[in-house]
Design a protein around this ligand. Structure first.
Ligand code: NAP
Length: 289
């Protein structure tokens, strides 16, 4: 069993860290808002540290699941950041969805100190985190991947190495590009169904078994029809993800015309005060028009 540190006990990190503890590892947690760390330790045992550096100093594996590029840079490399405090030979795994540039920056900082680094963004949402069935897309060396695999398998049903540093983040970008257009298409289909007076329960039962089937349709179709969005993957996080995708696509010369339009729709919803709504709230725009 390893000494493991988890930084960031949000919607995703809290249950992910819980699965690592349930597997028998000795877990130290850090959360910027201490109350969440106290609640986690009350539920799972382990210990609390008051800075990422203090949490990471004695650990074999340090994981983070925070927010955007500046947040990862702060917990990993900031003044009280984890990587400068970690012991040589330890492994840092970042589960946040951030830019490939941050992933390679962390990998370089780790290499300078003999610390392995993996970018390991996840897909599967709050439910996937809670039931320990996330998909994990990993960038980093094969040997670091192999040493981190037993920890990532605590919360991941599918853990796939995509290549060297940054490739996990690029794979996650593809995931988000695919979802953006799909959720807009699903929104249009369901809004049309309601306008046409169709029985949406019967409709979803029928088409979720056919070629239009998707995770979004199965897991979000009914709540979209009911106008329920107060759960799931906050669309403000999706705006961050699509910004990262569009910036990377610009550098690679890959056009993302639909993604760009949908990113604008999410901006509108956020400006209207719906930033914490699930990404399926795209249908709200159609209902208002
Ligand atoms: P969340 O519920 O908002 O939690 C974010 C966590 O990061 C909190 O523990 C927060 O601390 C901490 N944090 C943020 N900025 C920080 C900083 N500068 N310094 C220290 N701690 C900081 O977010 P989440 O939904 O768990 O998402 C976390 C990451 O996973 C994001 O990159 C997101 O894109 C990705 N992700 C999310 C989902 C999803 O369905 N939610 C799915 C896949 C991937 P406080 O408690 O103090 O705020």
């Amino acid at each position: 069993m390893a000494k493991v540190t988890f930084l960031g006990l949000g919607v995703m990190g809290y249950p992910m860290a819980g699965h690592i503890a349930a597997a028998g590892h000795e877990v130290t947690v850090y959360n910027r808002t201490t109350a969440k760390a106290e609640a986690w330790v009350a539920q799972h045992g382990g210990s609390i540290a008051t800075t990422p550096a203090a949490a990471a100093a004695d650990s074999d594996v340090v994981l983070s699941c925070v927010g955007d590029d500046p947040d990862v840079l702060q917990v990993a490399l900031g003044s009280d950041g984890a990587i400068p405090a970690m012991k040589s030979g330890a492994l840092y795994i970042d589960n946040s969805t951030v830019s490939a540039a941050v992933a390679t920056q962390l990998a370089a900082a780790g290499a300078d100190r003999g610390i392995g680094v993996l970018d390991a963004p996840v897909s599967g949402g709050q439910a996937g985190a809670e039931n320990g069935k996330l998909t994990v897309m990993v960038g980093g060396s094969m040997s670091d991947f192999e040493s981190g695999l037993p920890i990532m398998e605590c919360y991941g049903a599918r853990v796939v190495r995509m290549g060297d540093a940054g490739k996990g983040q690029q794979a996650k970008m593809v995931n988000q590009i695919c979802i953006a257009g799909l959720v807009q298409g699903l929104s249009e289909g369901l809004h049309f169904a309601m306008a046409a007076g169709l029985d949406t329960d019967a409709l979803l039962e029928a088409i979720s078994g056919g070629a239009a089937q998707s995770w979004q349709m199965v897991n979000r179709g009914h709540t979209m029809v009911k106008g329920e969005f107060d759960f799931g993957f906050a669309l403000d996080w999706m705006r961050k993800d699509l910004r990262i995708c569009l910036e990377e696509a610009g550098r690679k010369g890959a056009p993302l015309p639909v993604t760009e339009i949908v990113a604008g729709y999410y901006d509108e919803l956020s400006a209207a005060g719906h930033g914490r709504n699930d990404t399926s709230a795209l249908i709200r725009r159609l209902s208002q028009s």
